[in-house]
Design a protein around this ligand. Structure first.
Ligand code: GLV
Length: 336
């Protein structure tokens, strides 16, 4: 007799081959709509499931875990960040929590660099100017002047996989790279030819400050008005990490007063960006809708890894060894 398939809930349609991989092994309940499930939908759909494959927009807290019931063995997040999941609660109940680790590092670094280029060289406003038929003079000595990227100084806050990938790109642009991290990493320093400095020095010396730290209690609103005041008037702030690392009201005020040259932002305190958000009215910003990892290749790989992470826990194996585990301590609570 064939074994009963485990029931799993997938909160959004994800790129193939992930759904096919999951469907061969599990009974999948899928949110087929193009929007995140509401709280009520999550609470209803997790009931009786052995696995949840969620996005960073889904809050998976004690109430959701309760609703799922004692069958729940794994929460697999289709993301690198996992601040939307109550890890402590999951661990205490023997639920494995997995993530997509650093798979998005290179794609996110590409986008961070895209924002550097877009900000420094007015790429977005120049495109609008041209398409809106405002280009009347063949060539002008002072049209759309921006700032050099080559030869300038990049300050990287958080030298993890994404920060390091940005540093590699910066070398190709002949930039000087400074970094600040909770822990200094001397072996990476020589490999990447980057210089460790204290945060205040990084802010004061950089022409581009790019944020790549994870969100934690130390990094929450790390960049506030006091830190922004240290930046050069000609510098740009780039954020592809988490909106909450920057105190947004302080950034808005700084940008309105032209105390820095501008900002390139892919992440915000509240997402999607509320219509009333003052950033939307500013000229010296480039704003993107949280698309750091949004390439066909990366999103498909992330989906596959999230699916395999889930199966690593649900499918019985001789030597179970779930990779990309957020909470390795769970193995003591519920060994596989
Ligand atoms: C994206 O921001 C992620 O955490 O995967």
């Amino acid at each position: 007799m064939s074994k009963k398939k485990s029931k799993v809930y997938v909160t959004r349609r994800i790129l193939e081959p992930a759904l096919s991989i999951l469907s061969t092994e599990c009974k999948v309940t899928l949110n087929k709509t193009p929007r995140p499930p509401s709280r009520e939908e999550i609470l209803k759909n997790v009931a009786g499931k052995a696995g949840i494959l969620c996005m960073l927009t889904d809050t998976i807290d004690a109430e959701v875990i309760d609703k799922a019931g004692s069958n729940l063995k794994v929460i697999s997040s289709y993301s690198t960040g996992f601040e939307h999941i109550d890890i402590r609660e999951a661990t205490a109940r023997g639920i494995y929590v997995t993530y997509t680790a650093d798979i998005l590092a290179e794609a996110t670094a590409d986008l961070a660099f895209g924002l550097i280029l877009a900000c420094a060289r007015n790429i977005v406003s120049a495109d609008g100017y041209t398409k809106n038929k405002k280009w009347k003079t063949a060539w002008s000595p002072d049209l759309m002047l921006g700032y050099n990227i080559h030869g300038s100084t990049l300050g990287i806050i958080g030298l993890g996989r994404i920060g390091a990938a940005v540093a590699r790109r910066a070398r190709g642009f002949n930039m000087k790279v400074l970094y600040h991290n909770r822990k200094r990493n001397q072996s990476l320093e020589s490999e990447l030819r980057v210089t460790y400095v204290e945060l205040d020095e990084l802010l004061a010396k950089s022409d581009f400050v790019s944020i790549h730290t994870t969100l934690n209690s130390d990094s929450h609103q790390l960049i506030d008005k006091i830190k922004l005041r240290l930046m050069k008037k000609t510098a740009f702030l780039i954020n592809t990490a988490r909106g909450q690392v920057v105190k947004e009201v302080d950034l808005v005020r700084t940008l309105k007063r032209n105390q820095i040259a501008g900002a390139g932002l892919d992440v915000f305190e509240t997402e999607p960006l509320p219509r009333s958000n003052p950033l939307l009215k500013l000229k010296n910003v480039v704003l993107l809708p949280h698309i750091g990892s949004a390439t066909y290749q990366t999103r498909s790989k992330m989906a596959e890894v999230a699916a395999r992470n889930l199966l690593d826990v649900l499918i019985e194996k001789k030597e179970p060894n779930p990779k990309f585990l957020v909470n390795p301590q769970v193995k003591n609570v519920r060994p596989l």
